[in-house]
Structures are given as C-alpha cells and as structure tokens.
Design a binder for this molecule. Structure first.
Ligand code: NAD
Ligand code: WQD
Length: 358
C-alpha cells in the first residue's frame, strides 16, 4: 500500500517525503517536473537512506495515471501538483485552470475508478475573501472564501468546491483540505529547499538571493500599511512544520500505507469530512521583521528599498491555527529565526538551487 504524492519533486512535496519516511509511510512520486527536477528526489533519497519510486507524468494524463493505479496499490493521495505563481496566472489563466482544475478532475476520476478515496489537498490562504484590514482578526476556517483576485487563487477555490461536491455525491471519500499560509524555510540538512525559476516572486527566496549576492536589493512593496512598521504582515510557516501537517492529515484520514508499524502513529479522532484546516503559526511578521531576522541568521546585510505597494497585496494575513491543533493534534513549532537560518543554509550551500549550471 502506498501514498501517491503528486508534485512530490517540488518544494513542499520533497520536504513531505522526508517526514512521511520518518513515520514509515510508503509512497510513490508522480510529477511532470514542470517546476522541479529529479535532483530534489536524489537529495531526499540521501536524507532518508532509501530509493524513491518516481513516475514522470502529468496529472492531466488519465491513461498514465490509470497505469500507475493498476501497477501499484494506492491507498491515498497527497495532491501537491499544480502551478502556483500568482502573477503568471493572471497572464496565463487558461494554462492555470487546465493544469490545476482540469488536472485535479482527471486525478479524482481515476481515483474514483480505482476506489482510492482518500486525498489531502494543498489549498491556500489565498482562497479567503479580501479582509478589511481595519477590522482584521486572524483568519479562521469559517471566514468567507471565494473572493479571489487571480486565476491561481480561483483555481484553488474551485478545487475546494469540487472536493466538497465530490464528497456530497459519494461520502465514502475522505478529504483533507489544508489551507497553507506562507511556507518558507528548508530542511535542516541544507540539501533540499525552494528553488524558484528566474526572479523570485515570494519574499523569503528574494531575501535569500540578496543575501547570497545574486540580487542587489529587495524592493519592499509598500511601507504605508496599517501595520506596526507600515510593511505587509504575513504568517510564515516553516516547510518542515507544514510537511508534518500532511503526515497528521494522512493519519487523520486513516491510511493503510504504513510500511510497518513503528510505534502508534495512527490516531483515532472524531472525523470531520471534508476536513478544512488552516496551516499557519498564528503569528504575523512584517517584511522588515523578516529582513532583520534574516540578517541576524545569515550575518549578511540585506539591502532594501521601500517602493510602492504591489497590486493585489493586503496589509495583514495570518491564521488562527487552533482548529489544526484540535482536530489534527498539529501545531507549528519552528520560529522565524529557524525559518531564516534554514533558508540561509539551503541558499548559501546551493546558490544556484538544484541546477549547478543556472
Ligand atoms: P512547486 O512548484 O515547488 O511544486 C509543485 C510540483 O508539481 C512541481 O514539482 C511541478 O513540477 C509539479 N506539477 C505541476 N503541474 C503538474 C502536472 N500537471 N502534473 C504533474 N506534476 C505537476 O510548488 P510548492 O510550493 O511545492 O507547492 C505545492 C502545492 O502547494 C501547490 O499546489 C501550490 O499551489 C500549493 N501552495 C503553495 C504555497 C507556496 O507558497 N509555496 C502556498 C499555498 C499553497
Ligand atoms: C509576502 C510579503 C509582499 C516580495 C503568496 C501568494 C499566496 C501563497 C503564498 C500560494 C508581502 C512582500 C514580497 C518582494 C516584498 N502562495 N514582498 N518584496 O503575497 O503573501 O502570498 O505566496 O498559494 O497565494 O499570493 O507572499 O512572499 O509574495 O509576499 O515586499 O520582493 O512580502 O508585499 O507583504 P504573499 P509573498
């Protein structure tokens, strides 16, 4: 029995493989390598000390998926595969809806055909409707969703709805929807991490590249927000904490993919289905807080310039993560300091990411 990990060669997927392995789960990686390379899997193999079954395939390719479900006994799916760049999604909406929404439909059809009915889905805090900064409270799972402002966010919202409707039609499906806040950091080995193509869109990889000398300075988007220092506040979550949340979600759904029982990893909790849960720390840090923490962790100066707000950004976004603790027994443990130290170890050991020729 194995867990199929779509998008398992990517940033969050590769870290989740390490944690799944720690808890003795069997898995198979299915990825089209459109935003990753097999090098990440080779590095994971070194960390976990065993080889990984990898299938180079696209989630939109039903025939290939059927082949996988025929050749392996798939107990459950952790579904990371998707495109994730907000700005690019505005330029290429059809590609994003095709890849993310149509891809998920194809995957779910094949899962249904093979009676594989457990899925953990990578959703995002971006599904929440825009928050009025003046009346801001941390986001709980019952906050309104769907007021998305770009095709990427809309694709996540659509998939959530598809999963909910699937459950209504067939309540033998067991579904966990994880709404991630801002994943950052890297495995403490410094051998796997986030490897964006081209100029990073996200804050932490951009800061890392300034610190390592690949970029001259950070543009801080907006310094007149209603926050403690005027810069945007977000809930940064260490990717290892986030990965552990997937192990908890898989346990919650009740999997048979344990290679062998090592200790009591299965939990028995009242089941909510579909489970929709925020994965964040509950603590908000500003852009300048992150810059300062990164400088301390790296011992490098991070030059920055205050520039205009970025279109579509909001002042503050952070989670109320108490539901995750209640239902999954999960909570974040890693600090901003650790997030910066681990990001820096990855970036400084691998200035060109996985590709030495970049
Ligand atoms: P990533 O790009 O590093 O990983 C995604 C992986 O999916 C890549 O390896 C890519 O090659 C693969 N992939 C893409 N389209 C595919 C397809 N059609 N078929 C097969 N494989 C495909 O991204 P990540 O940061 O690891 O994100 C993983 C998931 O989490 C994504 O669904 C993303 O939208 C979601 N998410 C990410 C963040 C974030 O900030 N990183 C936040 C919230 C949600
Ligand atoms: C964080 C803060 C920026 C870059 C995005 C997606 C979201 C989710 C996570 C996938 C903001 C500021 C950034 C820079 C800056 N992804 N910033 N200079 O926008 O909160 O969320 O990634 O689901 O859907 O929208 O993350 O890292 O881009 O920005 O000042 O060069 O850093 O304005 O305040 P964001 P981010």
């Amino acid at each position: 029995m194995s867990i199929l990990i779509t998008g398992g060669a990517g940033y969050i997927g590769s870290h989740t493989l390490v944690e799944l392995s720690q808890f003795n789960y069997d898995f198979i990686v299915y990825d089209n390598l459109s935003n990753s390379s097999q090098e990440s899997l080779k590095r994971v193999e070194k960390i976990i000390g065993k080889s990984i079954t990898f299938i180079n395939g696209d989630i939109r390719d039903s025939e290939k998926l059927k082949e996988v479900f025929s050749n392996y006994t798939i107990d459950s799916v952790i579904h990371f595969a998707g495109l994730k760049a907000v700005g690019q999604s505005v330029e290429q909406p059809l590609e994003y809806y095709d890849n993310n929404v149509v891809g998920t439909l194809r995957l779910l059809e094949v899962m249904k055909e093979f009676a594989c009915k457990k899925i953990v889905f990578s959703s995002s805090a971006t599904v929440y409707s825009e928050v009025d900064a003046k009346n801001y409270t941390p986001l709980t799972e019952s906050n309104p969703v769907g007021g998305t402002t770009n095709p990427y966010g809309t694709s996540k919202y659509m998939i959530e709805r598809i999963l909910e409707d699937l459950y209504i039609s067939d309540n033998s499906f067991k579904i966990a929807i994880l709404r991630y806040f801002n994943p950052v950091g890297a495995h403490e080995s410094g051998t796997i991490g986030e490897d964006p193509n081209g100029i990073p869109n996200n804050l932490m990889p951009f800061i890392s590249q300034v610190a390592v000398g690949k970029r001259e300075y950070l543009s801080v988007f907006g310094s007149d927000y209603d926050t403690h220092d005027g810069t945007g506040v977000r809930d940064y979550i260490h990717v290892v904490d986030l990965s552990i949340a997937h192990v908890k979600a898989i346990e919650y759904l009740g999997t048979d993919a344990l290679a062998s029982a090592i200790g009591e990893t299965k939990v028995s909790l009242p089941k909510i289905n579909p489970l929709i849960v925020n994965i964040g720390t509950g603590v908000g840090y500003s852009v300048l807080d992150v810059v300062k923490a990164f400088e301390k962790a790296s011992g490098k100066e991070v030059l920055y310039r205050l520039v205009d707000r970025r279109a579509g950004d909001i002042a503050k976004c952070y989670a109320n993560p108490s539901y995750a603790k209640e239902v999954l027994g999960w909570e974040a443990t890693k600090t901003l300091e650790q997030m910066c130290e681990d990001s820096w170890r990855w970036q400084s050991n691998n200035p060109n990411g996985y590709n030495c020729d970049k």
